[in-house]
Design a binder for this molecule. Structure first.
Ligand code: C2E
Ligand code: MG
Ligand code: MG
Ligand code: MG
Length: 290
């Protein structure tokens, strides 16, 4: 009996494996189609400066996929599939082009969006022609290299491949800014912070979310903020959802803030209205008595 149970569970296990492999294959097929059919889009989330008007520092582009039957598929589900299948390469080409095109369009409309940050996979840096791809997207839309921020993770920094180093150097030489995303969650060997051209640290949202309950989160946040300050790097706190979190962070320094408190990621067309609503109270307040 024990034997048949074991065999039974083995069968269940492999049936589950098959299902998962199939689901992944279906996702991959659908994603390929999505790219060709224009089902991918970008949403943009504002990042604000710690000044009196909470002026716009920039926006982060976040990829969105609306499947006709499945609805919205979260990036945490489709990005890993894209990375494993190699689809990430055409997707990143589209991402680069779309960010530059959008930034040029906002400026053409007279909207002051200082910069656009976009997320890159470590895989992109394995392509020898990657830096050139970025360069040609910038040139195609007349965007200055300093107006694009490339968000990378510690896995890129730890990558010892010469092709990765060459891409990083070339892009830095061109004037692009690198931002270290999800900072504090990786294997931070801090030595790469001075070896490599990082302009910005993005404190992971898990720290921000635990600020009110965890003394450890507060201590780590403080040390990351002072690290950024002493190295002369911009610090972005992501995942700011409450006024308490904003106040605490601003009592410690002048970080750039990003999170639902200011805005959820939104389509490009919604940014115009958001910027009007965002600046209106600031302009109105001196005219409003008491
Ligand atoms: P990320 O780059 O760390 O982006 C931050 C994530 O936090 C986004 O999730 C954003 O919508 C979410 N977020 C922003 N503010 C708040 C907040 O106040 N509270 C909470 N709880 N969440 C907040 P999203 O859009 O689902 O993206 C998840 C991840 O997928 C991103 O993490 C990034 O690693 C990846 N990703 C998204 N777009 C792209 C892309 O175009 N290319 C690549 N390679 N990866 C992407
Ligand atoms: Mg990011
Ligand atoms: Mg992040
Ligand atoms: Mg992340």
């Amino acid at each position: 009996q024990a034997k048949s149970e074991a065999r039974h569970s083995l069968m269940l296990f492999s049936a589950d494996m098959n299902q998962r492999t199939e689901a992944r294959a279906a996702l991959e097929q659908a994603l390929k189609h999505a790219l060709q059919q224009g089902q991918l889009s970008l949403h943009y989330q504002p990042q604000v400066n710690s000044d009196a008007t909470l002026s716009l520092h920039g926006v982060e582009a976040l990829m969105r996929w609306q499947h006709p039957a499945w609805g919205w598929v979260p990036p945490d589900r489709f990005i890993p599939v894209a990375e494993e299948s190699g689809l990430i390469h055409p997707m990143t080409r589209w991402l680069l082009d779309e960010c530059c095109r959008q930034l040029a369009q906002w400026r053409h409309q007279g909207l002051t969006v200082p910069r656009v940050a976009l997320n890159l996979s470590a895989r992109s840096f394995h392509q020898p022609e990657f830096a050139q791809l970025v360069e040609s997207a910038l040139r195609r839309h007349g965007i200055a290299p300093g107006d694009l921020v490339l968000e990378i993770t510690e896995s890129v920094m730890m990558d010892t491949r010469s092709v990765t180093a060459a891409n990083l150097e070339r892009l830095h030489a061109l004037g692009l800014v690198f931002s270290l995303d999800d900072f504090g969650t990786g294997y931070s060997s801090l030595s790469y912070l001075h070896r490599l051209p990082i302009g910005e640290l993005k404190l992971d949202k898990s720290f921000v979310q635990d600020l009110s309950t965890s003394p450890t989160a507060r201590a780590l946040t403080l040390s990351v903020m002072s690290l950024a300050q002493s190295l002369g790097k911009t610090l972005v706190a992501e995942g700011v959802e409450t006024r308490e979190q904003q106040d605490w962070l601003q009592a410690q320094g002048r970080p750039v803030l990003q999170g639902y408190l200011f805005s959820r990621p939104m389509p490009a067309t919604a940014l115009t209205a958001w910027m009007q609503g965002h600046t209106a109270p600031v302009i109105a307040s001196p005219l409003t008595p008491g």
